[in-house]
Design a binder for this molecule. Structure first.
Ligand code: NDP
Length: 317
């Protein structure tokens, strides 16, 4: 680790709704939080266009604008927001060590709040990314964006519990849901599969892979291929949902923090505490079930309150 060492009371890693909410609470509790934004300042919501389900915005809000509002609220209470990324941590000793920007700086912290989030997995097709980033109808969150496709036809890719759950969610809003499953069976639990099969307006296309997402300004359909017969065809749809899993951004913590086999951080139930005293977690880094901005904000708040109590007990707050 580097020569330059700075000590902070409360270090927050990540700048999504969990990180900024933790910062607002920590700052108001006089913990002088320092927040590192990470590689994607603002987190997953900066790749969303309209957020309609966050309470307090009756007319909806643009995702990047909402994150800017949260940032400004955190700064208003003197959170120090820094652009940078945490490259390494060492939680083995009594003081937590954190390396910034690949070793340019080392921080020691009395408490750490992990709010590094998770990233949706994508198919990796050029048009998928183009239409996702332009708000053109590609999404990895049916609960967030399904509403925009009311009465329309949509495609969803995936065959796990998330895809099954999101397909049935979309089926309530949309006229028709085409579910593209790449094998001849689904990974989703039997109960979730039954819900899919029992829903009239979901059509499961087995052994089907996506070759391309079609559309210039907005999605007009998908080009698909049956990997058994080799037959290629096009599906008409205005929304293209990808539900092939998420990856929590927790790799740098894995030597110190207890996680499940997919990398989601384990918490002491009902708290934001990890297995390491003084290290807390909020948001999607510990949540593979709800994954909403509002739940991330809620658990970010819990993390800050737990950190405050921890520091008070240690006589450090
Ligand atoms: P999973 O990893 O379980 O499933 C991912 C799915 O996406 C698989 O069916 C996989 O296909 C498919 N897939 C992956 N890559 C591609 C690709 N390139 N093209 C097409 N399909 C692809 O992720 P989930 O998000 O569904 O679930 C994560 C965890 O969360 C699971 O443990 C799940 O049980 C849990 N969960 C539980 C819920 C509940 O209980 N209500 C709700 C949601 C999630 P293949 O099967 O061929 O590998």
């Amino acid at each position: 680790m580097s020569e330059e060492i700075e000590h902070v009371k409360c270090l927050i890693i990540g700048s999504g709704p969990a990180g900024y909410t933790a910062a607002i609470y920590a700052a108001r509790a006089d913990l002088n939080p320092v927040l590192y934004t990470g590689m994607e300042p603002g987190g997953q919501l900066t790749t969303t266009t309209e957020v309609d389900n966050f309470p307090g915005y009756p007319k909806g809000i643009d995702g990047p604008q909402m994150m800017e509002d949260l940032r400004q609220q955190a700064v208003r209470f003197d959170t120090e927001v820094r652009t940078g990324w945490i490259s390494k941590v060492d939680f083995s000793g009594p003081v937590h060590k954190i390396e910034v920007d690949g070793g340019k700086k080392t921080i020691t912290a009395d408490s750490v709040i992990i709010s590094t989030g998770a990233s949706a997995k994508w198919l990796g097709l050029e048009n998928e990314q183009r239409l996702r980033l332009s708000g053109g109808g590609v999404s990895a969150c049916a609960v967030c964006d399904g509403f925009f496709y009311r009465g329309q036809d949509v495609v969803i890719v995936g065959a796990g519990d998330t895809a099954a759950e999101e397909a049935t969610y979309l089926a309530k809003l949309c006229r028709k849901v085409y579910m593209l499953v790449r094998r001849d069976e689904m990974r989703a639990s039997k109960a979730m599969q039954k819900r899919v099969f029992d829903t009239e307006n979901i059509e499961v296309l087995w052994n089907t892979e996506t070759l391309d997402v079609l559309g210039d300004e907005g999605v007009t359909g998908a080009k698909v291929k049956n990997n058994k017969t080799g037959e290629e065809s096009e599906i008409e749809a205005t929304g293209f949902f990808v539900a092939i899993g998420h990856k929590p951004n927790t790799d740098i913590f894995k030597d110190f923090i207890d996680m499940d086999e997919t990398g989601y951080i384990n918490v002491v139930p009902g708290t934001a505490k990890t297995n390491v005293p003084g290290v807390f977690v909020g948001g999607d880094a510990a949540d593979n079930v709800y994954r909403q901005a509002i739940t991330a904000a809620g658990t970010g708040c819990m993390a800050a309150l737990d950190a405050e109590r921890y520091l008070a007990e240690k006589g450090l707050a």
